[in-house]
Design a protein around this ligand. Structure first.
Ligand code: HEC
Ligand code: HEC
Length: 228
């Protein structure tokens, strides 16, 4: 076991035992988080909203423990991510920095719809509107049979990713709701090709292979409307 995974496990244990926020196990430095975010923003956007149609996933609001775990996986190269490797090596980003950015991103809450305003009103503030738009994401309804997807989701995914698609922080299960469909589709492919592991306990699992392309499309179509 590497030191980083050992450290992660002990931090995770603190996190699980007192069931407080991960911030309790770490002296959170918001200013450091904000500074690190300038680097992440180049790809994931200044509010962690991701973009380029899911080339860059949304990070805002994801569980801090999950973000932390994935960053360590990028560093250890157990999860492939060439664009990020240079940003996560030990010297560039010690574990304390990863904690700060993970908590920082978790605390960003994005809205799912824009408020109704009259753009012709004399006091309309275009800059404020732009900022609001950047902090709003609504995943477009993806192609597929939502009803069939819902049925499959309930049977096969809900137990871990939760009824509302928001995942399970304690079990480090990420949210599928509010995440870009194209990004999720790409991850399923990585899992199927065993380039990423969906179940650490059972890396040889063939879970996603048991679904047809249409079934998975339907499940992700359902996931795309969970944030409506
Ligand atoms: C050069 C572009 C780039 C930069 C800079 C970058 N990322 Fe990423 N990041 C990516 C890409 C691309 C992916 C998606 C990889 C994939 O599709 O598997 C990703 C994925 C992630 C994920 C996985 C999300 C999930 O749902 O599993 C996390 C967490 C993440 N990045 C955190 C960060 C943080 C924190 C920073 C700043 C320290 C950062 N990234 C900087 C390109 C970047
Ligand atoms: C036994 C619990 C469990 C079940 C059931 C499950 N998942 Fe997951 N899922 C996880 C965990 C844990 C992760 C994080 C794994 C990792 O670190 O790569 C994950 C990650 C994912 C991701 C990557 C998300 C991201 O942000 O990168 C996708 C996509 C996904 N699951 C889809 C599904 C779908 C679709 C189903 C149902 C067909 C499903 N999962 C069923 C536990 C589960």
């Amino acid at each position: 076991m590497t030191i980083s995974s050992l450290l992660f496990r002990s931090l995770l244990l603190c996190f699980l035992i007192n069931n407080l926020s991960i911030a309790a196990a770490h002296d959170y430095d918001k200013y450091n988080g904000d500074e690190i975010n300038q680097v992440c923003a180049g790809c994931h956007g200044e509010f962690g909203m991701g973009g380029k149609e899911g080339k860059y996933p949304r990070l805002a609001g994801l569980s801090a423990a999950y973000i932390y775990k994935e960053m360590i996986a990028f560093r250890d190269r157990t999860r492939p991510n060439m664009p990020m490797v240079e940003h996560v090596d030990d010297r560039q980003m010690p574990n304390d920095d990863i904690m700060d950015i993970a908590i920082y991103l978790n605390k960003i809450k994005l809205a799912t719809r824009l408020s109704v305003v009259d753009e012709k009103a004399p006091n309309f503030d275009a800059y404020a509107r732009l900022l609001e738009a950047k902090q709003t994401i609504q995943i477009p309804k993806a192609q597929g049979d939502i009803k069939a997807g819902k049925k499959l989701y309930k049977k096969e995914c809900k137990s871990c990713h939760a009824k509302d698609g928001m995942g399970n922080d304690k079990e480090l299960v990420p949210q599928l709701a509010g995440q870009y469909t194209q990004y999720l589709t790409r991850q399923i492919k990585l899992y199927t090709e065993k380039k990423r592991s969906h179940d650490k306990e059972d890396p040889e699992e063939e879970f996603f292979k048991s679904f047809t392309v249409e079934q998975m499309r339907d499940i992700l179509a359902y996931a795309s409307v969970l944030d409506d």
